[in-house]
Write a protein that binds this ligand. Structure first.
Ligand SMILES: Nc1ncnc2c1ncn2[C@@H]1O[C@H](COP(=O)(O)OP(=O)(O)O)[C@@H](O)[C@H]1O
Ligand SMILES: C[C@H](O)[C@H](O)[C@@H](O)C(=O)COP(=O)(O)O
Ligand SMILES: [Mg+2]
Length: 471
């Protein structure tokens, strides 16, 4: 049996288990299992199917032996902000409510009545998204206080899966920062904010950094799988893992392109200045206490919903080809308008927006897709301008990572619009960042610099130069 480590990366639209080992200084990947992730309706709430996702994780682990692989460690990363509250008997107190659920509508303003927006930003450095954990918890406090009274443990989604694997409870740092409840300077839970909001501190676990060996499998799982593994904390916020594996970082702005587009730079200190607040940038925690100075852009969620609205009769590649065929269609929308966060029908919402703004209304799948892609690039350009204004410098390169880097039309459009060199890849950047964190934890890789060198020599990165427009 070949030794390997196992990365579990679950984004908002898909999950995958990828086995990996080092061979002649290169990282080799072997996709073991891939599955759909989606938001479902349950008890009139938008929810994740965490029980199904854990079964998918176990299914993937069991596939390893059939492939002659013996995983020595496993690391789990997922989307951010969402959590589970366990009671004193370790039972979940609520559904696995998703961040797109409207339960946080109006909660930001309720919190600002207690803690000024500017102070919240100065202390946490985290962007204001209506679905941040802080507003989810405050919604529970306002509408179902008995739930918070009964709560004994707060676990974010990857923490919860780690608990199911090991029986150990911990909050991992990079994901904890996405809650907007961690102080950007002390890097600990912000007792003052929790106290002012009346959220009891004792439900939060000790914060552990990426590369922590949390433990090994519970006995029943060792017997079920037939082997034991170390359970290691990668950057359990998926974007935190993705940024670790950006091959081109100097002079570079990254775009982690999946359900969301996370656009930013790696930094060594939090930037909580007024301009960063006004432009709604975040300082999410990274590995080795680095910072991910970035902002959320609505992302490929929009094309995922368009695809769903067309009953999945077009693949993503086909939607790109259809968009290529209507280059004359120029209408765009503000992708970051909250109306696109969870519309009933994305196509109709885009059409309504174009009508309201007196633009041509997209009617064909190609026109709708082109409108989405063109609109995303407009938002990318705006964010890039804001980053360069804040850093008072130009960035020469853009590195697109994640599933979206497979969209070569979009990559070229980004290059043409921004007039910057675009590098595309690696596709599985998140899983790769997860893997190298495990290998650093066990000493197979020295540090992040060696990790990035290995990554650069292991994966193809395609280059897109701005087209030369002849007069
Ligand atoms: N062949 C392709 N052509 C164009 N876009 C693609 C292709 N494959 C995947 N994508 C894009 O990648 C996105 C998924 O990226 P991924 O990083 O897996 O998302 P997440 O981690 O959020 O689930 C899809 O929504 C789709 O827009
Ligand atoms: C809700 C958060 O902003 C979101 O999780 C984002 O931080 C993120 O990591 C998205 O990752 P995807 O792979 O789901 O695009
Ligand atoms: Mg992802």
């Amino acid at each position: 049996m070949k030794k390997c480590c196992l990365a579990v990366d679950i984004g908002a639209s898909s999950g995958r288990l990828i086995a990996s080992h080092l061979e002649n200084g290169q990282l080799k990947l072997n996709e073991i299992h891939r599955f759909e992730n989606k938001i479902v309706r349950k008890d009139d709430q938008f929810c994740w199917e965490l029980d199904r996702l854990f079964l998918e994780i176990k299914k993937g682990i069991k596939k390893c032996q059939g492939k002659g692989l013996k995983p020595e460690s496993i690391g789990i990363d997922t989307w951010a902000v969402d959590f589970i509250l366990l009671d004193e008997n370790e039972k979940p107190l609520t559904n696995s409510v998703a961040y797109r659920d409207p339960r946080t509508d109006g909660m930001m303003d309720e919190v600002f009545k207690i803690i000024m927006k500017e102070r919240l930003y100065l202390e946490t450095g985290i962007q204001f998204q209506k679905f941040n954990t802080i507003y989810q918890l405050y919604s529970i406090k306002q509408n179902n206080p008995e739930i918070l009274d009964k709560a004994a443990s707060f676990l974010m989604v990857p923490d919860y899966f780690n608990y199911l694997l090991t029986g150990k409870k911990a909050n991992e740092y990079t994901n904890a920062t996405s809650t907007q409840l961690v102080n950007a300077f002390t890097k600990k839970w912000d007792d003052e904010i929790l106290d002012q909001l009346g959220i009891k501190r004792e439900i939060f676990q000790e914060i552990h950094n990426p590369k922590t060996v949390l433990g090994t499998l519970k006995e029943d799982l060792r017997e079920e799988f037939g082997f034991d593994m170390k359970v290691i904390l990668p950057a359990t916020h998926d974007t935190g893992s993705a940024v670790i594996s950006v091959p081109e970082l100097d002079e570079t702005i990254y775009i982690s392109s999946g359900t969301w587009s996370l656009i930013g730079v790696e930094n060594y200190f939090p930037i909580c200045v007024t301009k960063a607040l006004d432009y709604n940038f975040t300082n999410e925690g990274g590995i080795d206490y680095r910072y991910r100075f970035l902002k959320n852009i609505m992302g490929l969620w929009m094309i995922q919903e368009v695809k769903r609205n067309y009953q999945d009769q077009y693949s993503f590649a086909e939607l790109v080809d259809l968009a290529r065929q209507v280059q004359e269609f120029k209408s765009t929308v503000n992708v970051d308008d909250p109306r696109f966060l969870k519309p009933e029908n994305m196509i109709e919402e885009i059409q309504r927006y174009c009508q309201e703004t007196n633009q041509a209304i997209p009617t064909t799948p190609g026109e709708v897709a082109k409108c989405v892609y063109d609109s995303l690039v407009c938002s990318y350009q705006q964010a890039i301008n804001q980053i360069e204004e804040i850093f008072e410098r130009k960035f020469e390169k853009i590195n697109v990572i994640g599933g979206g880097c497979q969209n070569e039309m979009l990559n070229q459009l980004i290059a043409d619009t921004t007039k910057k060199i675009v590098y595309a890849g690696p596709v599985e950047a998140t899983a790769i960042g997860n893997i190298v964190s495990q290998l650093m934890a066990v000493g197979e890789i020295e540090d992040i610099n060696e990790a990035r060198t290995i990554i650069k020599h292991s994966f193809e990165v395609k280059k897109f130069s701005p087209s030369i427009i002849t007069a």
